[in-house]
Design a protein around this ligand. Structure first.
Ligand SMILES: [Fe+2]
Length: 252
């Protein structure tokens, strides 16, 4: 059964700002490292780009309204089945980011730590909302074979795209993603995301399959692979959701 943030049920109008927590109703989430992508493929990944164009007008907005039209609801609200494709991921992230009335009361920006909360978890996708204060960034990482999408709801983030080289990841290019930008990235995409501006940024991220452990670069540039994730990657098979959930706990 999907786990849905109250904001996606049209229930959230304002939430208390509790330092160090999301202040939300979902179970405690592990460190929500997240992703972005560029408008062009620089690492051989399938990468798409677009713009946030949706607007749901005034009044309460909920998940049903967000997913109305087409097959998006049926694609997203599944307990099992094939992962989503990039087009669906970017559409989902873009719709959420375009609905400012949804994320604005929820998002927080803390100077000492990147803020995040999970908006949605189903058997085929997870969606995160992330608040970036100036200077905050992820480590260099990939998404363990999952596809991803990033939509910039507010501000600007940059992405330092990396590529494999001799058993490590090396920087290749930097892409700038401003408000309204929606991008998707392929299964072998490697990057770090950073807010290099002087103002806060807010992003929405969608990943499919959900809860696949990230992989991080070590200090020497070599690639660290969590044991559970390594087994999945070696076999080329992704574990059932419940097993991935266990594997993801230590890595995110
Ligand atoms: Fe990422």
């Amino acid at each position: 059964m999907p786990l849905v943030h109250p904001a996606l049920l049209g229930l959230t109008t304002a939430l208390p700002d509790v330092p160090g927590t999301s202040g939300l109703a979902l179970p405690a989430c592990a460190p929500g490292d997240a992703a972005a992508a560029c408008g062009n493929a620089v690492t051989g990944n399938a990468v798409t780009g677009g713009a946030v164009t949706e607007d749901f007008g005034s009044g309460p907005v909920g998940l049903a309204q967000l997913l109305a039209g087409g097959s998006l609801a049926a694609d997203v609200l599944r307990d099992e089945g094939e992962p989503l494709d990039l087009a669906t991921l970017t559409e989902l992230a873009g719709r959420l980011a375009a609905t400012e009335r949804l994320w604005r009361p929820v998002v927080r920006h803390h100077a000492d730590k990147r803020w995040y909360t999970r908006l949605l978890l189903t058997g085929v996708v997870e969606v995160w909302l992330i608040g970036w204060s100036p200077g905050q960034h992820t480590a260099v990482h990939d998404h363990g074979g999952a596809l991803g999408a990033l939509a910039v709801a507010d501000g600007v983030v940059e992405e330092d795209v990396h590529a494999p080289h001799g058993g490590s990841w090396e920087p290749r290019a930097t892409r700038r993603h401003a408000r309204g930008r929606v991008v998707g990235f392929g299964a072998d995409h490697v990057h770090r995301v950073i807010n290099r501006t002087a103002v806060a940024a807010t992003t929405v991220h969608a990943y499919s399959p959900p809860e696949v452990p990230l992989r991080y670069a070590n200090a020497d540039g070599s690639v660290a692979v969590p044991a559970a994730a390594a087994a999945q990657l070696t076999t080329g098979l992704l574990a059932p959701t419940a097993q991935r959930r266990v594997a993801a706990t230590a890595a995110r």
